[in-house]
Design a protein around this ligand. Structure first.
Ligand SMILES: Nc1ncnc2c1ncn2[C@@H]1O[C@H](COP(=O)(O)OP(=O)(O)O)[C@@H](O)[C@H]1O
Ligand SMILES: [Mg+2]
Length: 248
């Protein structure tokens, strides 16, 4: 089956408030899908629902045909382990070395020897171009390097689907472009499917096969298509977003 993730009639919210509704889309295997929209429209909230951390108000999310919100807790946690997640502003533990930060998911979810864990961590660091940073303290790294380490950590359990929430926030344009290249190379080298939450228009054009737009006024998605198609045929708000950026 080419579809890895399916979202059907999804409604998401906090408390009594419904933030987005009638979300319908699927993510193909090997695809990079961008989720975009202005600040506060619900991108991070949607991501938390897609990986099973929050319970939907309406609708379903299926991974490979299995509902990630309904079923036995043991089965659900198996399903959720197939996601790699890097949260918005997700920090590293400052008291641990980079290598220890990476090995944490393995200590929690796998039973491997110390030597095996170190090898996996070194391999993931090499994937993000930081092979020499294993013993470094997070405080000694630049902002761009920390984002790379966070991505390496989200790869530790070999996820089929990588969910990155604004991985380039706070980076200068050069480092943001490097991060885009990293995302493309992960897809190419590992075949990882990626959901990229972003409000960076350059990033959408650089990496996304398709993008969906969450409209904060209409409280639903108004488009899903290739970035180029959206720029010419999207709704007025989508075109405005793509032409002027999220501040428009
Ligand atoms: N943990 C939470 N509890 C209650 N409301 C929240 C929580 N997280 C986000 N919200 C609210 O949900 C809305 C969408 O937030 P968010 O998903 O973070 O938007 P975005 O990531 O697009 O900037 C906002 O109104 C925000 O205040
Ligand atoms: Mg957010």
């Amino acid at each position: 089956m080419a579809e890895l993730l399916q979202v059907q009639g999804l409604g998401i919210g906090w408390g009594a408030q419904l933030i987005q509704r009638d979300l319908n889309f699927s993510v193909q295997r090997g695809e990079i899908l961008a989720i975009m929209g202005s600040s506060g429209c619900g991108k991070s909230t949607l991501m938390r629902h897609l990986v099973g951390l929050e319970q939907p108000r309406q609708g379903h999310v299926w991974l490979d045909g299995a509902d990630i919100h309904q079923g036995e807790e043991s089965e659900l946690s198996q399903l959720r382990r197939r996601f790699g997640v890097s949260f918005q502003g997700g920090a590293l533990w400052s008291s641990m070395s980079v290598g220890e930060n990476l090995m944490l998911p393995l200590r929690l979810f796998a039973s491997l020897s110390e030597r095996a864990m170190v090898q996996i961590a070194e391999f993931k660091l090499a994937l993000v171009g930081l092979q020499d940073c294993f013993h470094q303290a997070p405080a000694t790294l630049s902002g761009g390097m920390i984002k790379r380490v966070a991505i390496a950590r989200s790869l530790m359990l070999n996820p089929e689907l990588l969910c990155l929430d604004e991985p380039d926030s706070g980076l200068d344009p050069v480092n943001a472009a490097r991060l885009d290249q990293l995302i493309l190379s992960l897809r190419q080298d590992l075949g990882t499917t990626v959901i990229l939450v972003t409000h960076s228009v350059p990033s959408v054009f650089a990496v996304a096969d398709r993008a969906l737009f969450l409209d904060d006024r209409l409280k639903t998605m108004t488009a899903i298509d290739t970035p180029t198609q959206l720029l010419t045929h999207g709704t007025a708000r989508v075109r405005e977003f793509l032409q002027r950026g999220p501040g428009a």
